[in-house]
Write a protein that binds this ligand. Structure first.
Ligand code: FES
Length: 321
Protein backbone atom coordinates (compact mmCIF):
# COMPACT_ATOMS: atom_id res chain seq x y z
CA UNK A 1 0.00 0.00 0.00
CA UNK A 2 1.21 3.54 -0.74
CA UNK A 3 1.00 4.49 2.92
CA UNK A 4 3.49 1.78 3.83
CA UNK A 5 6.26 3.60 1.96
CA UNK A 6 7.04 6.62 4.07
CA UNK A 7 9.43 9.41 3.21
CA UNK A 8 11.85 8.64 6.01
CA UNK A 9 12.93 5.07 5.27
CA UNK A 10 13.37 2.65 2.35
CA UNK A 11 11.03 -0.33 2.08
CA UNK A 12 12.02 -3.75 0.69
CA UNK A 13 9.71 -5.62 -1.67
CA UNK A 14 9.83 -8.37 -4.28
CA UNK A 15 8.37 -8.40 -7.76
CA UNK A 16 8.62 -11.36 -10.09
CA UNK A 17 11.64 -12.65 -8.14
CA UNK A 18 13.42 -9.27 -8.22
CA UNK A 19 14.50 -7.70 -4.97
CA UNK A 20 13.45 -4.06 -5.08
CA UNK A 21 13.74 -1.13 -2.72
CA UNK A 22 10.97 1.48 -2.65
CA UNK A 23 11.37 4.95 -1.22
CA UNK A 24 10.12 8.51 -1.63
CA UNK A 25 12.47 11.16 -2.94
CA UNK A 26 12.65 14.78 -1.78
CA UNK A 27 9.45 15.65 -3.68
CA UNK A 28 7.55 12.68 -2.21
CA UNK A 29 7.63 10.80 -5.53
CA UNK A 30 7.76 7.06 -5.15
CA UNK A 31 10.93 5.48 -6.60
CA UNK A 32 11.96 1.87 -7.14
CA UNK A 33 15.55 0.64 -7.53
CA UNK A 34 17.18 -2.75 -7.42
CA UNK A 35 17.79 -3.63 -3.81
CA UNK A 36 21.50 -4.30 -4.11
CA UNK A 37 24.42 -1.96 -3.73
CA UNK A 38 26.88 -2.40 -6.61
CA UNK A 39 29.79 -1.89 -4.20
CA UNK A 40 29.52 -4.92 -1.89
CA UNK A 41 26.01 -6.24 -2.69
CA UNK A 42 24.44 -5.05 0.54
CA UNK A 43 20.64 -4.51 0.30
CA UNK A 44 20.03 -0.80 -0.17
CA UNK A 45 16.80 -1.23 1.82
CA UNK A 46 19.08 -1.46 4.87
CA UNK A 47 20.28 2.05 4.18
CA UNK A 48 18.75 5.44 4.82
CA UNK A 49 17.34 8.50 3.10
CA UNK A 50 19.52 11.59 2.74
CA UNK A 51 18.10 15.07 3.38
CA UNK A 52 18.06 15.57 -0.43
CA UNK A 53 15.82 12.53 -0.89
CA UNK A 54 18.48 10.19 -2.29
CA UNK A 55 19.04 6.65 -1.07
CA UNK A 56 22.27 5.98 0.79
CA UNK A 57 23.73 2.52 1.32
CA UNK A 58 24.10 1.67 4.99
CA UNK A 59 27.56 0.11 4.60
CA UNK A 60 29.96 2.61 3.01
CA UNK A 61 27.49 5.32 2.12
CA UNK A 62 27.30 5.18 -1.68
CA UNK A 63 24.31 7.33 -2.57
CA UNK A 64 21.87 6.85 -5.46
CA UNK A 65 19.30 9.03 -7.19
CA UNK A 66 15.83 7.49 -7.34
CA UNK A 67 14.94 9.33 -10.54
CA UNK A 68 17.86 7.96 -12.59
CA UNK A 69 19.39 5.16 -10.52
CA UNK A 70 22.74 6.99 -10.85
CA UNK A 71 25.43 6.97 -8.22
CA UNK A 72 25.53 10.57 -7.05
CA UNK A 73 27.78 10.48 -4.03
CA UNK A 74 30.54 8.57 -2.26
CA UNK A 75 31.64 9.78 1.16
CA UNK A 76 35.32 9.73 1.99
CA UNK A 77 36.48 10.59 -1.53
CA UNK A 78 39.79 12.39 -1.47
CA UNK A 79 39.98 15.86 -2.90
CA UNK A 80 40.14 15.66 -6.66
CA UNK A 81 38.55 12.19 -6.84
CA UNK A 82 35.34 11.97 -8.85
CA UNK A 83 32.29 9.75 -8.41
CA UNK A 84 32.58 6.95 -10.96
CA UNK A 85 29.82 6.59 -13.54
CA UNK A 86 27.55 3.88 -12.15
CA UNK A 87 23.83 3.30 -12.57
CA UNK A 88 21.66 0.65 -10.95
CA UNK A 89 18.42 -0.74 -12.30
CA UNK A 90 15.29 1.33 -11.94
CA UNK A 91 11.76 -0.08 -12.07
CA UNK A 92 8.54 1.33 -13.47
CA UNK A 93 5.93 1.78 -10.78
CA UNK A 94 2.70 3.66 -10.45
CA UNK A 95 0.48 4.55 -7.49
CA UNK A 96 -3.22 4.03 -8.04
CA UNK A 97 -6.02 3.86 -5.46
CA UNK A 98 -3.54 3.85 -2.59
CA UNK A 99 -1.74 0.84 -4.08
CA UNK A 100 1.74 0.59 -5.60
CA UNK A 101 1.81 -1.36 -8.85
CA UNK A 102 5.00 -2.47 -10.53
CA UNK A 103 5.82 -3.86 -13.94
CA UNK A 104 7.91 -7.03 -13.91
CA UNK A 105 8.52 -7.36 -17.63
CA UNK A 106 9.99 -5.30 -20.44
CA UNK A 107 9.12 -1.71 -19.55
CA UNK A 108 8.48 -0.88 -23.21
CA UNK A 109 5.33 -2.97 -22.91
CA UNK A 110 4.24 -1.41 -19.61
CA UNK A 111 0.59 -0.48 -19.92
CA UNK A 112 -1.12 1.31 -17.06
CA UNK A 113 -4.50 0.82 -18.64
CA UNK A 114 -4.37 -2.81 -17.51
CA UNK A 115 -4.56 -1.75 -13.88
CA UNK A 116 -8.18 -1.88 -12.79
CA UNK A 117 -9.51 1.36 -11.36
CA UNK A 118 -11.15 0.82 -8.02
CA UNK A 119 -12.89 3.95 -6.89
CA UNK A 120 -11.26 4.10 -3.45
CA UNK A 121 -10.80 7.48 -1.78
CA UNK A 122 -8.70 7.18 1.37
CA UNK A 123 -10.19 8.78 4.48
CA UNK A 124 -8.29 11.49 6.31
CA UNK A 125 -7.22 8.96 8.92
CA UNK A 126 -6.46 5.50 7.59
CA UNK A 127 -5.02 2.31 8.98
CA UNK A 128 -2.81 -0.14 7.07
CA UNK A 129 -2.09 -3.76 7.71
CA UNK A 130 -0.69 -6.90 6.25
CA UNK A 131 -1.59 -10.53 6.86
CA UNK A 132 -0.33 -13.75 5.32
CA UNK A 133 -2.99 -16.44 5.38
CA UNK A 134 -2.68 -20.14 4.65
CA UNK A 135 -5.24 -20.24 1.88
CA UNK A 136 -4.85 -20.38 -1.87
CA UNK A 137 -5.44 -17.03 -3.62
CA UNK A 138 -8.60 -18.08 -5.53
CA UNK A 139 -10.06 -19.61 -2.35
CA UNK A 140 -9.28 -16.43 -0.47
CA UNK A 141 -11.25 -14.29 -2.91
CA UNK A 142 -14.11 -16.82 -2.93
CA UNK A 143 -14.26 -16.82 0.88
CA UNK A 144 -14.18 -13.03 0.94
CA UNK A 145 -17.34 -13.01 -1.17
CA UNK A 146 -19.11 -16.08 0.24
CA UNK A 147 -18.23 -15.94 3.93
CA UNK A 148 -16.40 -12.70 4.76
CA UNK A 149 -16.53 -13.31 8.50
CA UNK A 150 -14.01 -16.14 7.99
CA UNK A 151 -11.42 -13.61 6.88
CA UNK A 152 -12.22 -10.09 8.00
CA UNK A 153 -13.82 -8.20 10.85
CA UNK A 154 -15.27 -4.71 11.07
CA UNK A 155 -15.77 -3.14 14.48
CA UNK A 156 -19.34 -3.37 15.71
CA UNK A 157 -20.62 -5.30 12.69
CA UNK A 158 -21.52 -8.84 11.80
CA UNK A 159 -21.96 -10.13 8.26
CA UNK A 160 -25.25 -11.85 7.52
CA UNK A 161 -25.26 -15.08 5.48
CA UNK A 162 -27.95 -13.60 3.24
CA UNK A 163 -26.93 -11.77 0.10
CA UNK A 164 -28.72 -8.53 -0.69
CA UNK A 165 -28.92 -8.92 -4.47
CA UNK A 166 -27.55 -10.89 -7.38
CA UNK A 167 -23.95 -10.03 -8.30
CA UNK A 168 -23.43 -7.98 -11.44
CA UNK A 169 -20.55 -6.63 -13.53
CA UNK A 170 -19.90 -2.92 -13.80
CA UNK A 171 -16.81 -1.24 -15.23
CA UNK A 172 -15.12 -4.65 -15.51
CA UNK A 173 -15.60 -5.31 -11.79
CA UNK A 174 -17.81 -7.80 -10.01
CA UNK A 175 -20.18 -6.04 -7.59
CA UNK A 176 -21.69 -7.98 -4.73
CA UNK A 177 -23.78 -6.95 -1.74
CA UNK A 178 -24.39 -8.77 1.52
CA UNK A 179 -26.55 -7.82 4.48
CA UNK A 180 -24.76 -6.64 7.60
CA UNK A 181 -26.06 -5.89 11.05
CA UNK A 182 -24.87 -4.26 14.20
CA UNK A 183 -23.18 -6.45 16.72
CA UNK A 184 -21.49 -4.58 19.52
CA UNK A 185 -20.97 -7.85 21.39
CA UNK A 186 -17.81 -8.28 19.39
CA UNK A 187 -16.05 -11.54 18.72
CA UNK A 188 -18.19 -13.55 21.15
CA UNK A 189 -21.23 -13.26 18.91
CA UNK A 190 -19.32 -14.87 16.06
CA UNK A 191 -19.82 -18.17 17.85
CA UNK A 192 -23.41 -17.61 19.03
CA UNK A 193 -25.66 -19.12 16.41
CA UNK A 194 -29.03 -17.63 17.52
CA UNK A 195 -27.73 -14.10 17.25
CA UNK A 196 -26.94 -14.64 13.61
CA UNK A 197 -30.59 -15.06 12.67
CA UNK A 198 -31.52 -11.54 13.73
CA UNK A 199 -33.41 -10.20 10.70
CA UNK A 200 -32.50 -6.59 11.39
CA UNK A 201 -29.95 -5.75 8.68
CA UNK A 202 -29.68 -1.99 8.39
CA UNK A 203 -26.39 -2.06 6.50
CA UNK A 204 -24.77 -3.60 3.45
CA UNK A 205 -21.29 -4.87 2.70
CA UNK A 206 -20.69 -3.83 -0.91
CA UNK A 207 -17.62 -5.32 -2.56
CA UNK A 208 -16.12 -4.29 -5.91
CA UNK A 209 -13.79 -7.09 -6.97
CA UNK A 210 -11.43 -7.11 -9.94
CA UNK A 211 -11.47 -10.32 -12.01
CA UNK A 212 -8.34 -12.51 -11.78
CA UNK A 213 -6.42 -10.43 -9.21
CA UNK A 214 -9.25 -10.35 -6.66
CA UNK A 215 -8.24 -6.85 -5.57
CA UNK A 216 -11.28 -5.53 -3.76
CA UNK A 217 -12.81 -2.32 -2.54
CA UNK A 218 -15.09 -2.99 0.43
CA UNK A 219 -17.66 -0.52 1.67
CA UNK A 220 -20.09 -0.63 4.55
CA UNK A 221 -23.13 1.21 3.21
CA UNK A 222 -25.93 2.61 5.39
CA UNK A 223 -29.58 2.36 4.40
CA UNK A 224 -29.53 5.95 3.11
CA UNK A 225 -26.61 5.15 0.81
CA UNK A 226 -23.87 6.87 2.80
CA UNK A 227 -20.58 5.03 3.19
CA UNK A 228 -19.56 4.25 6.75
CA UNK A 229 -16.31 2.28 6.40
CA UNK A 230 -14.03 2.10 3.35
CA UNK A 231 -11.46 -0.63 2.83
CA UNK A 232 -8.98 -1.30 0.04
CA UNK A 233 -7.83 -4.91 0.10
CA UNK A 234 -5.04 -6.23 -2.11
CA UNK A 235 -4.49 -9.98 -2.15
CA UNK A 236 -1.61 -11.54 -4.03
CA UNK A 237 -0.66 -15.20 -4.38
CA UNK A 238 2.47 -16.01 -2.41
CA UNK A 239 4.29 -19.33 -2.31
CA UNK A 240 2.75 -22.69 -1.37
CA UNK A 241 -0.91 -21.86 -1.03
CA UNK A 242 -0.33 -18.69 0.92
CA UNK A 243 -2.10 -15.45 0.16
CA UNK A 244 -0.44 -12.18 1.04
CA UNK A 245 -3.00 -9.51 1.95
CA UNK A 246 -2.34 -5.81 2.27
CA UNK A 247 -5.14 -3.52 3.34
CA UNK A 248 -5.89 0.08 4.07
CA UNK A 249 -9.07 1.17 5.85
CA UNK A 250 -10.77 4.12 7.46
CA UNK A 251 -14.08 5.57 8.56
CA UNK A 252 -15.39 7.38 5.47
CA UNK A 253 -15.08 11.14 5.81
CA UNK A 254 -18.71 11.55 4.71
CA UNK A 255 -20.07 9.13 7.34
CA UNK A 256 -22.57 10.62 9.80
CA UNK A 257 -24.60 9.36 12.75
CA UNK A 258 -23.87 7.74 16.08
CA UNK A 259 -22.04 4.74 14.66
CA UNK A 260 -19.71 6.98 12.67
CA UNK A 261 -19.05 9.06 15.78
CA UNK A 262 -18.18 5.95 17.79
CA UNK A 263 -15.96 4.50 15.04
CA UNK A 264 -14.21 7.85 14.58
CA UNK A 265 -13.60 8.10 18.32
CA UNK A 266 -12.09 4.61 18.29
CA UNK A 267 -9.97 5.51 15.25
CA UNK A 268 -8.69 8.64 17.00
CA UNK A 269 -7.66 6.39 19.88
CA UNK A 270 -5.75 4.19 17.46
CA UNK A 271 -8.26 1.40 16.83
CA UNK A 272 -8.78 0.46 13.20
CA UNK A 273 -12.40 -0.16 12.14
CA UNK A 274 -11.14 -3.06 10.00
CA UNK A 275 -8.98 -6.08 10.69
CA UNK A 276 -8.01 -9.47 9.29
CA UNK A 277 -8.39 -12.74 11.11
CA UNK A 278 -5.08 -14.40 11.95
CA UNK A 279 -6.04 -17.73 10.39
CA UNK A 280 -8.79 -19.40 8.43
CA UNK A 281 -10.98 -22.01 10.14
CA UNK A 282 -10.66 -24.94 7.75
CA UNK A 283 -13.93 -26.65 8.66
CA UNK A 284 -15.92 -23.44 8.29
CA UNK A 285 -14.27 -22.85 4.92
CA UNK A 286 -15.12 -26.38 3.81
CA UNK A 287 -18.74 -25.87 4.88
CA UNK A 288 -19.10 -22.61 2.94
CA UNK A 289 -21.35 -22.79 -0.09
CA UNK A 290 -20.55 -20.57 -3.09
CA UNK A 291 -23.12 -17.79 -3.15
CA UNK A 292 -21.34 -14.86 -4.76
CA UNK A 293 -17.91 -16.18 -5.73
CA UNK A 294 -19.14 -17.93 -8.89
CA UNK A 295 -19.66 -14.52 -10.49
CA UNK A 296 -16.04 -13.60 -9.79
CA UNK A 297 -14.73 -16.93 -11.13
CA UNK A 298 -16.75 -16.56 -14.32
CA UNK A 299 -15.55 -12.98 -14.83
CA UNK A 300 -11.95 -14.12 -14.25
CA UNK A 301 -12.26 -16.87 -16.85
CA UNK A 302 -13.72 -14.42 -19.36
CA UNK A 303 -10.96 -11.90 -18.64
CA UNK A 304 -8.22 -14.49 -19.04
CA UNK A 305 -9.58 -15.43 -22.44
CA UNK A 306 -9.76 -11.87 -23.66
CA UNK A 307 -6.75 -10.00 -22.34
CA UNK A 308 -3.40 -9.63 -24.12
CA UNK A 309 -0.43 -11.79 -23.23
CA UNK A 310 1.68 -9.10 -21.58
CA UNK A 311 -1.04 -8.40 -19.01
CA UNK A 312 0.45 -11.27 -17.00
CA UNK A 313 3.27 -8.95 -16.08
CA UNK A 314 1.09 -6.62 -14.06
CA UNK A 315 1.44 -7.38 -10.42
CA UNK A 316 1.32 -5.70 -7.09
CA UNK A 317 4.54 -5.63 -5.19
CA UNK A 318 4.84 -8.36 -2.59
CA UNK A 319 6.61 -7.12 0.48
CA UNK A 320 9.19 -9.52 1.87
CA UNK A 321 9.10 -7.91 5.27
S1 FES B 1 28.25 -1.93 0.13
FE1 FES B 1 27.14 -0.19 -0.37
S2 FES B 1 28.55 1.37 -0.20
FE2 FES B 1 29.69 -0.35 0.20
Amino acid sequence: MSDQVKGDAPYAVELGGEKIVLFRDGQGTLRALEDRCPHRRVPLSMGRMTPEGNLQCGYHGWTFSGASGELVGIPNLSEGERVLPCTIERFEIVERNAVVYGWAGDTENADESQIATLNYVPAVKTFCGRQKLVIEHGEFVAALLDAPDLLIKITGLMFDPRVAMDPFIDNDQVITERNVRWNWLGEAAFYLGPLRSNPDCPLLLRVHTVPVTGHSHLQIVAIDGTILVDVMLICTPASRGITDVHWQAGVADSATGKAATVLRGLAAAGFSPFGMRKSVVGQALADTLPTLSDAWREASLARNHSRPQNADNVSTLNSRR
